[in-house]
Design a protein around this ligand. Structure first.
Ligand code: GTR
Length: 336
C-alpha cells in the first residue's frame, strides 16, 4: 500500500513537472523588443544659436518625431567635428552622417556647384529661391550622388560682402593689394584675385585671429557671420557690394543612408525639406539683428551707389567656366 502511494505521488509529480502529454500552460504574452534606436551625427560649423544651427535642430526634431524617436540626430555645432572641408571628406566616406555647409567648399568635391554661386549670378534673393526650389535645384541635389553624398535641402545665407581692417572699399581699386581671406574654394580665390586683392584661403575658425594678428587684412561674409564670429571687432570697414549669394546645403553620407530602409530614407529627405521655411524665417530675423548690431558697434558701413564696377571685374570668371557650366548659368538666368 505504502509503495503504491509513492508510485502515485511520483506519477503526479512528473505530470506536474513535464506536462505528461497534457496541454502546455498558456505563456505570458512576450513584450515586443523595442526597435533599436539609430543615433546619427550632423556637423555644423556655426554656434548653437546661429540660424543654420537652428535649422539643423528643426531637421533633427522632425526626424525624431516622425520616427517616434527611433532615429535620433545629434547636432554637433561650433565645428566640434572639424572645419567644413574636413567634415565634407568624412561625410563622403561615411564617418560623419550629415553636415550643413556652404556650397563653396563643396565645389572641391562636386565642381558643378561653381555654377550655382557665381558672383552677381542672381538678380535677387527671390530669383535664387526660384532656382533652388525648381528643377535646377533638384538636379543639383541629385547630382551629389556621384560624389557619394545625398543632397537634402537648401538654407539661406543672404549675400556676402567684403570687410577689412584697413580702409573703406568704394570700388575694386580700393581692394588692390589687400590680403583677403576666402573659403577653401578655387572659384572664391579667383574671384578675389579678379578684383586685384590677394586671396588667402583658410578655414572659418582661423579667420578671427588671422585678422587680429594682421596675417590677413580682410574677409567677406554675410551680416550674421560677420557678427557671430566677432570679425566686426577687428575689421570695421564693411562694404555692401553683395558680390555673391552662396546657398547653404545639408548633405548626408550616401554610404550611411543607403543602409537605412527606403521608408527611413524618405522620412529623412522630407524632414530636411520641411525644415527649410523655419530656417529661412530665422535667417531673415537674424540678418536684421546682425546689421543693427554692426551699426551700433560703430562699424563703417559703405553703401555703393552701384556695384557695376564689381560686376564688370567678375566677367573673366564666367569666361573661364567650362561650356557645361556656362550652359547651367544660362539656364539659371532664364528663370523668371
Ligand atoms: C558662412 C557659412 C559657413 C562658412 C563660412 C565661411 O556664411 O554659413 O558655412 O562657409 O561662411 O566663410 O567659411
Amino acid at each position: 500500500m505504502k509503495r503504491g502511494l509513492s508510485v502515485l505521488v511520483l506519477v503526479l509529480v512528473s505530470f506536474a513537472l513535464f506536462g505528461g502529454g497534457a496541454k502546455e500552460a498558456p505563456k505570458a504574452p512576450e513584450a515586443k523588443p523595442a526597435p533599436k534606436q539609430i543615433v546619427m551625427r550632423l556637423a555644423e560649423t556655426h554656434r548653437a544659436d546661429y540660424p543654420t544651427t537652428r535649422g539643423d535642430m528643426e531637421f533633427a526634431r522632425l526626424v525624431n518625431e516622425r520616427t517616434n524617436g527611433r532615429i535620433k540626430i545629434d547636432v554637433y555645432h561650433s565645428s566640434q567635428l572639424g572645419e567644413e572641408k574636413a567634415v565634407i571628406e568624412q561625410v563622403q566616406f561615411g564617418a560623419i552622417d550629415f553636415t550643413r555647409v556652404s556650397i563653396s567648399p563643396l565645389s572641391a568635391f562636386a565642381k558643378q556647384f561653381d555654377a550655382l554661386q557665381m558672383p552677381y549670378l542672381y538678380r535677387d534673393a527671390d530669383h535664387m529661391w526660384k532656382v533652388l526650389n525648381g528643377p535646377i535645384g533638384e538636379e543639383f541635389l541629385q547630382s551629389l550622388e556621384k560624389a557619394n553624398f545625398v543632397g537634402l535641402c537648401w538654407y539661406d545665407s543672404g549675400a556676402r560682402n567684403f570687410y577689412n581692417s584697413k580702409r573703406e572699399i568704394k570700388s575694386p581699386a580700393d581692394l588692390k593689394g589687400l590680403k583677403i581671406r576666402v573659403q577653401q574654394s578655387e572659384l572664391m580665390m579667383n574671384m578675389v584675385a579678379a578684383l586685384g586683392a590677394i586671396p588667402t584661403p583658410m578655414p572659418f575658425g582661423e579667420v578671427y585671429s588671422a585678422l587680429q594678428t594682421g596675417v590677413i587684412d580682410g574677409a567677406e561674409n554675410n551680416w550674421p557671420s560677420y557678427i557671430s564670429t566677432s570679425h566686426y571687432e577687428v575689421a570695421k570697414y564693411y562694404t555692401i557690394d553683395e558680390h555673391t549669394r552662396v546657398p547653404e546645403i545639408t548633405i548626408g553620407s550616401k554610404i550611411v543612408l543607403d543602409k537605412l530602409s527606403k521608408e527611413d530614407q524618405a522620412i529623412i529627405k522630407k524632414a530636411a525639406k520641411d525644415s527649410m521655411p523655419y530656417q529661412i524665417a530665422e535667417w531673415k530675423k537674424e540678418e536684421k539683428i546682425a546689421e543693427e548690431k554692426a551699426r551700433k558697434a560703430g562699424c563703417i558701413i559703405t553703401v555703393l551707389p552701384s556695384n557695376a564696377e564689381f560686376q564688370a571685374a567678375m566677367k573673366p570668371l564666367y569666361d573661364k567656366l567650362s561650356p557645361d557650366l556656362q550652359e547651367v548659368v544660362r539656364r539659371i538666368r532664364e528663370v523668371k
